[in-house]
Design a protein around this ligand. Structure first.
Ligand code: ATP
Ligand code: MG
Length: 428
């Protein structure tokens, strides 16, 4: 049996014998003593290997093994103030399992080098903590959807439709036809509400984002929900409850990781419904007062969003965007605007969710699609949904890496995913 390092650091094994296994994080030796800091998925602990306590071969290995070698250690746990974490293991056996070559990643490497060595860099404290936050977040999301009677569904990621607009589509040969990698599961979720009413899905979405920003990936994890019988206001309530649940759960259960990123749990605990709602029109006024040069009808870019959300403590909804900047499927609020909302994260992190009530009127949809020269043939199935028991419905899409970036205060979204895909990178 092997003991997770975290449990030893929690003080459960003082003066007891344990078996641990992991990878060498740091190592140094002096004379008859080797100090080997060991890392497993749960934590880091120091082991001392004394020449007189282990077999000669093991002591040589403990002295010589380079960082990232995999090892198994058997020994006694001792409380020791000098050891990082307050406990150390006094080894009785030291078994070298996989000897490591000289690890290419040392301190002060360029970003590009770390991205080239991503398969190794994911062992870093930073990325391990990001991945733990992400795994927890996905767990909380599942809990929340289960609690709220949503069905998880599995829509396709190969599609004949564009959905969010043609310019950022990845196209490929699908046997003898053209097909696309999905940008959103929304249209399929809309179809699924007629069987299950409340549905959600987690799929990769693909967007050929040609501009380099710190919040766009070419492949990201998209969490989408769609609900029958509700309008946009209820849709927003759902979003603020979900986001609050995620923040509360992280604050409660992920203290260590949050601390690593200097994210105060108090900040997350304060995130509770309701979130402020600001109409696009009002947002334009706010921006103009901040000396932005823009007019009604223009979309918000990174700078505009940052200006709207840098001084706030809770996420904020920007609602009622003009039709000119949003896709064809949204329901109109009035002649100029849609019943929609983007949710912006605090501290300038910008959009984390896009949502709307969907158009249910067959003729209006067809008219808009024709205006935009969309292929009626490819979307026939979608407008068909308006013919067989159409109901009011709304939904939203959340970028998982966008939330992780915000919660972990990451400079760049690529660190919210283990193997980032961006305009100039598909390796490793
Ligand atoms: P943006 O204006 O930031 O490009 P969008 O309007 O294209 O976002 P939607 O089409 O509404 O975004 O997608 C839903 C959510 O998916 C967004 O709110 C965001 O959280 C996330 N998202 C969109 N594009 C990306 C991307 N390229 N990389 C990572 N997450 C993304
Ligand atoms: Mg976009």
């Amino acid at each position: 049996m092997f003991t997770p390092i975290k449990d030893i650091l929690a003080g459960k094994y003082e003066n007891q014998e344990v078996n641990v296994r992991g990878w060498i994080y740091r190592t140094r030796s002096s004379g008859k003593l080797a100090f080997v800091t060991l890392r497993d998925a749960s934590g880091i602990i120091q082991a001392t290997v004394a020449k007189n306590d282990v077999e000669e071969k093991d002591f040589e290995n403990a002295k010589k093994a380079l960082i990232e070698s995999s090892v198994k250690i058997f020994g006694v746990v001792a409380k020791d103030k000098r050891a990082p974490g307050g406990y150390e293991i006094r080894a009785k056996k030291f078994e070298l399992i996989g000897k490591a070559d000289a690890f290419p990643i040392t301190e002060y490497q360029s970003e590009e080098f770390l991205l080239d060595k991503r398969h190794l860099w994911i062992r870093s404290r930073e990325l391990m903590n990001v991945m733990k936050i992400k795994a927890s977040l996905l767990k909380y999301v599942r809990e929340w959807f289960n609690e709220n009677s949503f069905y998880e569904v599995t829509p396709p990621t190969i599609t004949p439709n564009a959905c969010e607009g043609g310019t950022t589509l990845f196209e490929f040969n699908y046997f003898d036809k053209k097909a696309f990698l999905s940008q959103s599961a929304q249209l399929y979720l809309e179809a699924l509400i007629y069987s299950l009413e409340r549905v959600w899905s987690l799929t990769p979405s693909f967007r050929a984002e040609k501009s380099k920003t710190r919040r766009h990936l070419a492949e990201y994890w998209h969490l989408e929900a769609e609900e029958a019988w509700v309008g946009n206001e209820e849709n927003m309530k759902l979003q603020e409850e979900l986001i609050s649940y995620i923040c509360q759960s992280l604050a409660k259960n992920n203290r260590d990781e949050l601390e690593f990123f200097k994210r105060k749990t108090e900040t997350l605990k304060n995130i509770e419904p309701p979130f402020e709602r600001i109409k696009y029109e009002k947002a334009v006024e706010i921006l103009k007062n901040k000396d932005f040069d823009l007019n009604y009808g223009m979309d918000f870019g990174t700078k505009e969003e940052s200006a709207l959300c840098s001084d706030i403590e809770k996420p904020v909804f920007i609602t009622n965007f003009p039709k000119t900047v949003k896709p064809f499927y949204m329901k109109e609020a009035d002649e100029k605007t849609y019943l929609c909302a983007d949710l912006l994260a605090p501290e300038g992190y910008g959009e984390i969710i896009g949502g709307s009530e969907r158009e249910t009127d067959y003729n209006k949809l067809v008219e808009r699609m024709k205006k935009q020269n969309m292929s009626m043939k490819d979307y026939e199935w979608y407008i068909d949904l308006r013919k067989y028991g159409s109901v009011q419905h709304s939904g939203f899409g959340l970028g998982v890496e966008r939330i992780v970036r915000w919660v972990c205060k990451l400079e760049h979204i690529r660190d919210a995913i283990p193997f980032p895909r961006t305009i100039n990178r598909v390796y490793p």
